[in-house]
Design a protein. Structure first.
Length: 119
């Protein structure tokens, strides 16, 4: 099934976190917090302004994003859980994340600059 979000909405699949342990105690699945990172599976065409122009989205399919704990609406399609959320609910896009492209994993690289005050 192919789902295309409308306007400024995104279809997001949560990224699985590793097994959570606190002080050597394994936390059961029912008590674990859901991850707040995900991969954009599909994105809408953008929001339409009052003058009729369409504002393109900053994120696209394949981007890894951070979102708030209570963001989006949970849905299940063909047994897989997804979130549908507005782009406004996205807190940040993660650069340098592992990207899966046509069955091969590649790593996107970014340059980072660090500065110190007073130097």
């Amino acid at each position: 099934m192919h789902v295309r979000p409308l306007h400024d909405r995104l279809l997001v699949q949560r990224l699985e976190e590793g097994e959570q342990q606190i002080g050597g105690i394994i936390i059961p699945d029912s008590a674990k917090e859901k991850p707040q990172r995900g991969t954009v599976i599909a994105a809408g065409n953008g929001k339409v302004r009052d003058d009729g122009d369409r504002v393109k989205l900053d994120v696209k399919a394949g981007d890894t994003i951070l979102f708030g704990k209570y963001s989006g609406q949970e849905i299940k399609l063909e047994g897989v859980e997804y979130l549908i959320m507005k782009e406004d609910e996205v807190l940040a896009a993660i650069e340098g994340a592992v990207v899966i492209a046509k069955g091969a994993a590649t790593t996107a690289t970014t340059k980072s600059h660090t500065t110190r005050k007073g130097r």
